[in-house]
Design a protein around this ligand. Sequence first.
Ligand SMILES: [Zn+2]
Length: 186
Amino acid sequence: MGMDILKSATRKNKVYIRIKSECKFIPDISVFPLYCTCCNAPQSKLYEHLGSRYGQVGTAICEKCGKEICVTDHDNIVASIYINNYPSNEIFFNKLYLLDWKFVDKLDEFPIKNTLEKVTEELKKYDGNFINVDELREIIENIINIKTDGKMRFITDERFSILPDDINRWIELLYRAKIDIPAKVV
Ligand SMILES: [Zn+2]
C-alpha cells in the first residue's frame, strides 16, 4: 500500500477497455510524475502507485522546498489522482497521458481506409478487460503499420517534467500517426 519512487521499468500503466460503452477506455495508472503545489517545482522522479487505503496513496517530499506532496485518489481504477488538495487539484490521466478515445477517434482521418473500424473491432476482443498501454499501442501500430522506437520524450502539461516510458511511446504513436495532440516534443 502507498507509493514509492519507481525503481524498475517493469511497472506498466493499463487501460480498462469499454469499447461497447461511451468511454471506450479508461486509464488505470500505476506510474506517475509529481509537482510541488507549494513551490511549483516539477519533481524529477516517477512514482509508483502501490494501492490506496481510504483514498490515501502516499506522501513525497519536494526535492526543492522540502514540503510534503500528498497524493490521494478516489477509485479502484486510478484514472486520476489529487495532489495536495482534494478535490480542487485533480490530475486526470486521460489528459496528462493522452489516454483518451478522442485521439484514437482521429484515426478516422488516417490515409488508410477503415482504419478506425479495424482498431475498434480489434479492441472489442478486450472489452471489459485491462490491457497494458504497451499492448494497446502495439495493437494500433500493427493496424496502421507505423513503428515507434520509444526514444521520443513529450510534455503534455508544463507542471510535470517527465512522463513514464510507456506513455511517451504511446504519445509517440499518436505523433507519428499525425494526430493533432496537445503535446510538446522535448
Ligand atoms: Zn516544493
